[in-house]
Design a protein around this ligand. Structure first.
Ligand SMILES: [Zn+2]
Length: 209
């Protein structure tokens, strides 16, 4: 029997951001090989356009992650997904920066703790508003909890370990940029693919440098 029709989507420009980020890390041939392996030939040399149409099924996003691991091994795939996430950030900033308000001078002048709060909420709001990914934020004295309640990266995957490395890389790079060059500990501690209720990424609010 055929799979049921997909219900949740990323917009084209987010698919574009992921494929451009991946291309920066493994090259065009690498991306094409991963797309072949994921049985997604429609994107080969055909990156999604610059628009907000919700056409990229969550299943496509998770198949890309899965194929990255199949092609490069679990360890290699994990490292490449992290680097892809970091590389995605600059394309994301280009696509979404003005909407986020994070490129305004007023934002740049805020104190670090406020920037982390405002920046993380703006980023979560972007996912909630423009995509079917659901994110909520909790905070304690030391950490920001980035809680993904509906996650495209590990959509319908079953893994032994946490699997949403691209999100970790994206958050690391966002934090680096928001803080003007500081490095933060970012770690996925729960993952739906592993049987947890949410994909939760913990961000230590105190930078390492
Ligand atoms: Zn996930």
């Amino acid at each position: 029997m055929d799979n049921p029709a997909p219900q949740f989507f990323y917009p084209n420009r987010m698919g574009r951001m992921i494929l451009l980020g991946m291309e920066e890390v493994i090259g065009r041939n690498g991306v094409n090989a991963v797309l072949n392996l994921a049985d997604l030939p429609e994107y080969i040399n055909n990156i999604p356009p610059h628009n907000q149409d919700l056409t990229i099924p969550f299943e496509t996003v998770s198949r890309l992650q899965n194929s990255l691991e199949s092609a490069y091994g679990p360890r290699g795939g994990r490292g490449l997904a992290l680097r892809t996430g970091r590389a995605c950030f600059k394309y994301g900033l280009r696509e979404f920066g003005p909407e986020l308000g994070l490129t305004d001078l007023a934002f740049r002048l805020l104190p670090l703790a406020t920037k982390l709060k405002v920046g993380s909420e703006a980023l979560a709001g972007l996912f909630n508003r423009f995509t079917h990914q659901q994110v909520r934020i909790e905070r304690d004295n030391s950490h920001i909890h980035w809680i993904i309640e509906r996650c495209p990266l590990c959509w319908e995957r079953h893994t032994n370990d946490v699997a949403c490395h691209l999100a970790v890389g994206l958050l690391q790079e966002s934090l680096y940029w928001v803080s003007g060059g500081k490095i933060f500990m970012v770690e996925e501690t729960q993952c739906i693919a592993r049987g947890d209720k949410t994909c939760t990424i913990m961000i230590d609010q105190n930078p390492l440098n």
